[in-house]
Design a protein around this ligand. Structure first.
Ligand code: C5P
Length: 232
């Protein structure tokens, strides 16, 4: 799997998203992430439109429901012809297996299926006190990643700082998709467990997901090229 930079298109409308993508030169088609905000605002048509423009798409909807519901939902997402989708590993191995089954097309092809372990917004304290998960956060992340691996998934979303331990537990071929990326000389915003594109590469990330350092600066194309240069 080739390393790549995925731009988090956290915009609330089709217009804002396409205006942003139009800033890139004709031959430059970055891998983009479409999340809940844009998908709920614009529906599947925005996915088809960005797909038709030649971009690879990570559809970040983080499914988490009973296995049968997730399987059927994945069948629908699979028909959208995106490159990557995800579920919460907390849905259990059974749910992840059902997701994989729903996602797999008749010819055996399917988008990559990635699991969210513990959200990077969840602290160890919150996890233990509110969710009553007694283990430590790193142990929980490795366990959830191992469950995803056992279910046949392709990888996990995690903090870049956790990518090394996930690889150690699940093998080098198990993908790590890591948000929480900031340039060494830039603002951290609300992200806590962050690192630079270059360091993420050293630790073992396969894909970095970058939002505001690219989308909220005056020259997004230059910021994207800088990410590629540091990471790929
Ligand atoms: O703007 P920024 O680079 O912080 O955007 C990171 C993207 O990755 C956002 O779309 C955010 O929702 C997503 N994400 C994250 N941490 C996770 C999972 C997803 O930051 N654990």
């Amino acid at each position: 799997m080739n390393r790549d930079v995925i731009i988090a298109c956290d915009f609330s409308s089709r217009e804002a998203t396409l205006e942003f993508l139009d800033r890139f030169p004709a031959g430059r088609k970055p891998f983009v992430k479409i999340g809940m905000e844009l998908f709920y605002a614009e529906g599947p048509s925005i996915v088809r439109e960005i797909n038709a423009r030649g971009h690879k798409i990570f559809l970040d909807l983080k499914l988490h429901d009973i296995p049968n519901t997730v399987k059927k939902a994945m069948r629908v997402l699979s028909a959208l012809d995106v490159d990557m989708v995800n579920v919460h590993a907390a849905g259990t191995i059974g749910m992840m297996e059902a997701a994989l089954e729903g996602l797999t097309r008749e010819d055996g092809s399917r988008p990559l299926l990635i699991a969210v372990t513990q959200l990077t917004s969840t602290s160890e304290e919150t996890m233990q006190k509110e969710l009553l998960i007694g283990a430590g956060i790193n142990e929980t992340i490795v366990k959830y990643a191992s469950n995803a691996c056992k279910a046949g998934l392709d990888g996990v979303v995690c903090s870049p700082l956790e990518a090394g331990m996930v690889k150690k537990a699940c093998g080098d071929g198990f993908l790590t998709i890591t948000p929480g990326i900031r340039f060494a000389d830039a603002a951290t915003d609300d992200q806590v467990r962050i690192t630079t594109p270059a360091r993420a590469r050293e630790i073992g990330s396969d894909f970095i997901v970058v939002g505001r350092p690219i989308t909220a600066v005056s020259d997004p194309v230059a910021a994207y090229e800088r990410c590629l240069k540091e990471f790929v």
